[in-house]
Design a protein around this ligand. Structure first.
Ligand code: PLP
Length: 392
């Protein structure tokens, strides 16, 4: 059989089957059951945070955060252009308006441009920040690929302008600061809200699933209440707010509890594999590995190679197709969100780095089960393909 190395597949080496069977045997498969609480407790312990609510997806986590942050129709939310569109869609669910702020070389939001936008493009009355007469309510900060945004600067800016900070840590479960004033703080536990995803390609998976934490434990309780149809009385069906069917199921949580047991090992493997990729690409002039911030310990969830566009002009599609033929699955970073049909008319602020990286970044296979030989093979194929394109 010919060789095929997938981009990112789940890893079920632990107690997944045992716990899922147990949930089925007990008959607790829906939105009630002990595994949900177990998963919430294990996430809270791991993240050194008081309270975590498990929900159906990272997107649901982001939406509930936005609801809880009080984002209303007509409000403005500052968002990144270079990320998965699910980080921005919840702004539209709330009939609010996104404004796209550029990233820096970490792929995460550039705090200098964020500050400049607030100062030069908005007006501040000492309490409220306004853009074109609309209240700027929140900022969505994505910790891209397990890297972390400059949260010290972003939190300062948010405090100054009274903005709620929603951290999209869907790709960064386990990344944390190891230096500076935020030492020990995990991605998702710094802002007002932190959102996680357990989609199939994430560092742990529940099939589909997510979780939310917040800097106020009562807020997490309220989010949990909203996620379960805002039920005030379970016997008499009393609902005092508009709720959502966003609660995680016990079946998903059973998978999640097993995955949490393996998370430290998964992070370790991701870190080792990243090191190997870096060694193998070292000195290669057509592409270089993009690193992670030096003041963090990253979960190194996803690997990025920056293609040297002075030498390789082939399109991403051509490169990806050529690699696919050699049994290596790769992908382009993302299409810019501000260029997608629902967002083409929204405001952007000084987008330079986002378009630069959008046409240069190739993501490489990053599953936790990938072997050393697989990585050597991937690197060899990537080098050959880029060399072929460079020499016409
Ligand atoms: C940056 C980012 N935000 C949000 C999401 C949405 O998470 P989910 O797929 O669990 O809804 C994902 C991943 O899918 C993501 O990568």
């Amino acid at each position: 059989m010919s060789r095929f190395i997938p981009l990112s597949i789940p890893n079920f080496e632990g107690n997944e089957r045992k716990y899922v069977d147990d949930a089925i045997d007990q008959g607790w498969v829906s939105t009630g059951g002990a595994y949900i609480t177990k998963l919430e407790e294990s996430l809270a312990k791991f993240l050194h945070t008081a309270n975590v609510a498990a929900c159906q997806s990272g997107t649901a986590a982001l939406h509930l955060s936005m609801v809880e942050a009080g984002v209303r129709p007509g409000d403005v939310v500052l968002v990144p252009p270079l990320t998965f569109i699910a980080a921005v869609n919840p702004v539209k669910y709330q009939f609010a308006t996104p404004v796209f702020i550029d990233c820096d070389d970490s792929f995460c939001m550039d705090p200098l441009k964020l500050q400049e936008f607030c100062e030069k493009e908005c007006s501040f009355d000492g309490t409220q920040l306004s853009y074109n007469g609309h209240l700027v309510k929140a900022v969505v900060v994505v910790h891209v690929f397990g890297n972390m945004a400059d949260m010290v600067s972003i939190m300062d800016i948010a405090k100054k302008y009274n903005l709620k900070v929603i951290e999209d840590a869907t790709e960064a479960l386990g990344s944390k600061y190891t230096d500076g004033p935020l030492t020990g703080k995990f991605a998702g536990t710094i802002g007002d809200f932190g959102c996680y995803s357990f989609n199939g390609n994430k560092i742990i998976t529940t099939g589909g699933g997510g979780a939310i934490t917040a800097n106020d434990t009562k807020v997490v309780d309220h989010i949990r209440y909203l996620s379960t149809q805002a039920k005030d009385d379970v016997h008499y069906y009393i609902h005092n707010e508009v709720g959502y069917n966003y609660r995680m199921t016990n079946l998903q949580a059973a998978l999640g509890v097993a995955q949490m047991e393996e998370l430290p090992e998964f992070i370790h493997r991701k870190q080792e594999n990243f090191k190997l990729y870096c060694q193998l690409f070292d000195g290669f002039e057509l592409g270089k590995m993009i690193g992670f911030r030096e003041d963090i310990s990253s979960n190194m969830w996803f690997y990025s190679l920056e293609i040297n566009r002075d030498k390789v002009q082939a399109t991403m599609r051509e490169i990806i197709t050529a690699l696919e033929k050699r049994g290596v699955q790769t992908r382009a970073i993302w299409g810019l969100i501000n260029e997608q049909v629902p967002y083409v008319h929204e405001a952007t602020y000084k987008l330079e780095k986002a378009p630069y990286y959008a046409e240069r970044i190739l993501n490489l296979p990053s599953s936790t089960q990938i072997t050393k030989e697989d990585i050597e093979y991937v690197v060899q194929q990537v080098k050959e393909v880029l060399e072929e394109f460079a020499h016409g």
